[in-house]
Design a protein around this ligand. Structure first.
Ligand code: NDP
Length: 272
């Protein structure tokens, strides 16, 4: 019997998850099938239940369904409960386990693949949506000196500061108040790059950084990374490594095996 998995989202045709999981399955000799499911915006629950009832073992959940997946889960891991967003569902008899592997994926990409430890760093996280929520606790667990969250709608950044303050040194800031601040690592967790837009930045922000990271990825530098490069950022990274690392973490949740990520990252880079 081949176990069935899929990624569900809207839109979904651009997703690289089927390629990534097919590569993991080949590498680890797992008999599994992994598809992409396009869900109507009001159809997430129905499609997910249909998939489960027809033998599906697990789903990756992407934009815009991570909050609905959080509500649908009957049991949550700690990291999903803290993020209040779910990107991985595992179906076990009647139970639906909800997990969030985005944060583990980001931390592993920055620390292991890019070789930049987060400990004692001044980190700026831009954005307060589902992706940002998922990475705050995993970043704080690495003991940065200070994590500053900034967002276009500042109340959302303040709410996240409130929620996560018990776990580490956190600050919420408006974009306009970043002018006199310095950061070692800047992470763009906004969806601005999806629309080729830029958050409200000022050029000097990037001059003394050691790494500027955009969670978005593509065949070319995102507008955000181009802007950072033009304004002195010495090192840039996009979210392709995070994508593969979060997928590997989901694969581990489902199959109990940790696949090698380096060959898969290399394959995706060479096919770009
Ligand atoms: P959400 O829709 O949940 O959140 C979007 C965030 O971006 C909000 O904070 C919003 O601010 C902010 N934003 C949108 N447009 C702008 C703009 N023009 N200027 C400033 N801020 C803006 O999206 P997600 O959090 O789910 O995803 C964010 C990004 O992360 C996407 O690009 C996604 O592709 C990427 N991602 C990558 C992953 C990977 O593995 N590489 C995994 C998960 C996500 P406001 O609150 O004011 O609306």
């Amino acid at each position: 019997m081949t176990d069935r998995y899929a990624v569900i989202g809207n839109p979904i045709s651009h997703s690289k998850s089927p390629l990534i999981h097919a590569a993991f399955a080949r590498q680890t000799h797992q008999a599994m099938q992994y598809d992409a499911l396009l869900s109507p915006l009001d159809g997430f629950q129905a499609i997910t239940r249909h998939f489960q009832e027809h033998g599906g073992k697990g789903l990756n959940v992407t934009v815009p369904f991570k909050l609905e997946a959080h509500q649908l889960a009957t049991r949550l891991t700690d990291r999903a409960a803290n993020a209040q967003a779910v990107n991985t569902l595992k179906f076990e008899q009647e139970e639906i386990l909800g997990d969030n592997t985005d944060g583990a994926g980001l931390v592993r990409d920055i620390e292991c693949n890019l070789g930049v430890p987060l400990i004692n760093k001044r980190i700026l996280l831009m954005g307060a949506g589902g992706a940002a929520r998922g990475v705050i606790l995993p970043i704080l667990l690495q003991q940065p000196l200070l994590l500053t969250i900034t967002n276009r709608t500042p109340e959302k950044a303040r709410a996240l500061k409130q929620q996560f303050s018990p776990h580490g040194d956190l600050m919420a800031s408006d974009y306009g108040m970043l002018r006199d601040r310095q950061f070692d690592i800047i992470i763009n967790a906004t969806s601005a790059s999806l629309n080729d837009a830029l958050p409200e930045l000022f050029p000097g922000l990037f001059e003394r950084t050691m790494l500027v990271y955009d969670m978005m990825y593509g065949s070319e530098l995102t507008r955000f990374l181009r802007y950072a490069q033009q304004h002195g950022a010495p090192r840039l990274a996009d979210g392709l490594g995070m994508l593969v690392e979060q997928a590997a973490e989901s694969f581990f949740v489902w199959r109990g095996i940790r696949p090698e990520t380096q060959p898969v990252i290399a394959m995706l880079k060479s096919s770009n």
